[in-house]
Design a binder for this molecule. Sequence first.
Ligand code: ADP
Length: 444
Amino acid sequence: KSTTVPKEDVPINNAGEDDEDDVVDLASKSLLNKLIRQSLVESSHRVEVLQKDPSSPLYSVKTFEELRLKQELLKGIYAMGFNRPSKIQEMALPMMLAHPPQNLIAQSQSGTGKTAAFVLAMLSRVNALELFPQCLCLAPTYELALQTGRVVEQMGKFCVDVQVMYAIRGNQIPRGTDISKQIIIGTPGTVLDWCFKRKLIDLTKIRVFVLDEADVMIDTQGFSDQSIRIQRALPSECQMLLFSATFEDSVWQFAERIIPDPNVIKLRKEELTLNNIRQYYVLCEDRKDKYQALCNIYGGITIGQAIIFCQTRRNAKWLTVEMMQDGHEVSLLSGELTVDQRASIIQRFRDGKEKVLITTNVCARGIDVKQVTIVVNFDLPVNQTEEPNYETYLHRIGRTGRFGKKGLAFNMIEVDKLPLLMKIQDHFNSSIKQLDPEDMDEIE
Ligand code: ADP
C-alpha cells in the first residue's frame, strides 16, 4: 500500500486550508513523538521472542556491563543517563551484539528503546580506524535521519574517531569524493543514488544494515523497492536489522522479504482502557451553549490541566479566541503548525505554562500528559460518514490501565448528536452519565 509520495526535502506540515480532520502523515507523527519524548515508554507485557534457531540458548541482560562493550561506548551510554537496558533492549542487545552477527526484526511501540539499541549495535561494530562507511541506516525522512544521527553523536561522544554522515537530498558531495565517515544515515532514494549512480559508498563493505521505521517506510511510494535494491547488494555476512513501531501484515511481509533468517522480537503495547475514566455528557443547543457549559464545568471543579478536542480547525480557533477573551490561558495545537512548533507547544503545556490545550485530532494520539485531569470533547469524533470514530474517542480519553490515574471526561453534545454518544457508550460498554452543567455537585 503506497499512499504518500517521497518527500525527503518537503517540510512536513499540513499547510492545506482544509478545515476537516487534521490528518498527520506517519513520518511527522513519528518525528513529533521523538521530539516530545522524555523517557522510556513502559509496557507490562512480556517480550516475545522467536529465534531463527530455537535450540540456541536465549540470553538476556539486566546491565550494560554484561555486554562487554568498549569502555568509551559504555561511558557514552551512562552519560546519556541510561542505567539499565530497557525491556526490549534486554533481549535485543545480546542478539544484536552476538558473534557471529544475527539478523533481527523488532517491533515495539515508539519510545521503548529501539533506536538506542541499534545505535549501540552500530557503534559497537564500527572500527574507528577504518575510514570508510561500515554501517548504513535507512530512515524515511530527512528529519528522522537527523534525529537518529543525534543519538549516534550523543552515545558515541567518547568514540572520538567515529563519524556520521547524512545521505539526504541536498547534501552535496563532489564527484569522486572518498567518504571516510563510518556511519551513514540516509533516506532510501539518496542512499541508492550514492551507492549505485555516484559510487560514493561501497555496499560490499557494510557490516551493519539498519532499516528503521519500517512501517513509515513502506507507506512511502518507492521506498520499499529502493530499500530492497540496497539490501540485495550487501554482503551475506552483513548484519541486517529492521525496526517498526507497528506490525500490520504489510510490514511483516516487507520485513520478511528484506531480512534473511531473522530472529524476531515483539513487545506488545499497553492497551488503552476507559475503565478508570468517569465519563459525562452535557446536552447543548449550539456552539455558544457548549462554551457556556464548558465554562461552568471549568468554574465548578478544580482542574489541573485540560485538553479540549474539537473536530475542525475552525472550531478550535473559535474556542481559543473565546477562552482567551475570557481571560483563560490557553494554547492551540493544530495541523497547520510545523512539527517543531507542535513539539514546543506540547512542551510548554507539559511545563504547566498553559492550563488548557485546545486541539483538533492532530494530537489525539501520542500525547501523554500525565498531569491532565480532564479531557473535553467539544465535538464528538466522527468519521466522514458521520459515524462515531470509536478509536479516536478511545485515544482521546483512554489511559493505560497500569499507569492510569483516575480521569474525567466531558462530552459536549448537541441534541441531534445524542444517538452518536449512545453508540459510543454501547461500543465500549461503559456508562456516560448526563450532567447538568448548573449542578457540578454530581461530580464527586
Ligand atoms: P524508540 O526508538 O523505540 O522510539 P528510543 O531509543 O528513541 O525509542 O528511546 C526512547 C527514549 O528513551 C529516548 O529518550 C531514549 O534516550 C531513552 N532511552 C532509551 N534506552 C534507554 C535506557 N536503557 N534507559 C533510559 N532511557 C533510555
